[in-house]
Design a protein around this ligand. Sequence first.
Ligand code: PLP
Length: 409
Amino acid sequence: MITPNMHYADLKDSYLFYNIAQKTKAYLAQNPDKRLLRLGIGDVSLPLCDAVIKELHSAVDDQASKERFHGYMPECGAPFLREAIAEHYHKLGVMLSLDEVFVSSGASDELGDILDLFDRKSTCLVIEPAYPAYVDANIMAGRTIVHLASGKENGFLPQPSDAAKADILYICSPNNPTGAVFSREQLQAWIDFANENGSVILFDAAYEAFIEDDTVPHSIFELEGAQRCAIEICSLSKTAGFTGTRLGYTVISKQLVRNGMNLNDMWVRNRTTKTNGVSYIIQKGAAAVFTDEGRRQINENIKIYKENAKVIMRALDKLGIWYCGGKNAPYIWLRCPNNMGSWEFFDYLLNEIQVVGTPGEGFGKCGEGYFRFSTFGSQADTQEAAKRLVQLLGEVHRFAAFCAFRCRC
Ligand code: PLP
């Protein structure tokens, strides 16, 4: 009998979003007259911008024309899109050749697939709290995972140390779930550490478009030595509302070599074996994101999410609640008040003010006692949620109210 990949048996059930769905469903069943204000979602709520829609329509028309029809696309990406992406990097001061840019169907796909480049015996470092896919993809491959806990004391931005030594280093900045972002100096320390140890950094830049601070790098390749140790994985999901349209890109420098193997060449070989490229229509739509008009339009949407962030941050400031993120990221990560646990705070907000967030515990053990608000919800819901938060937690007798709630549980 065939033996399946038994590492799947080591996966822990992902209770986070299932539990949230179950709890909100049960609440609504008991309170059918209530409307939930959802600040938990990691999905965008605004549609694709006009520049993208126009290009998508035009590309559909191309597919109806004998002269302009496209069949299989180049596996690593259409030259017109690779060029647009390389030009985007050029504006950041990063010079890339087109064959260092790979077009993908999204960051999730790529974060999993890229592990093909590494030996199964290689170890991987996950800085926690973390996007859950990093851990699960490596458990499936049977890799040893080094968990590095981060916390309030280092602003959820730990620096390298002996405890962080591993072959593959995941770094996500701006971070999901904490919204924290590495400064140039902090990121440089990780690059130097990776080069000293022969490690490879998988740099998840899914949220780079939310960076507003000039001193924060958008790309790891803005820093010295990154081309020799990093792979950057990007996505248009949050940048341009492509969560359902699907497009991402990955940058691997020709200079990235380990054990005599060139990782760029290996990835070309991998893609040409395992994919037939991303659809022509989607790549055309994606190219519009990199035009001046497309950029202007997606920035209008990002501005709306940033307004939501300000509304939530103002409420937390008023309440004196500790948080990070929100400025250069679409997530706000807060300390649950009154030493509440993550799920306890979730229940409290759901029952008292019908606000739904994400319990920090779902992103790793050190997320316990923390909570994530997303800024991707509607503006009206975000404003109402912030108002209710201030009312609930800002009352003079809030502690008594909280104790009463605890007794009921
Ligand atoms: N990386 C991080 C940190 C994310 O939060 C997400 C999605 O939420 C992704 C990657 C996946 O992005 P994509 O939609 O491109 O698969």
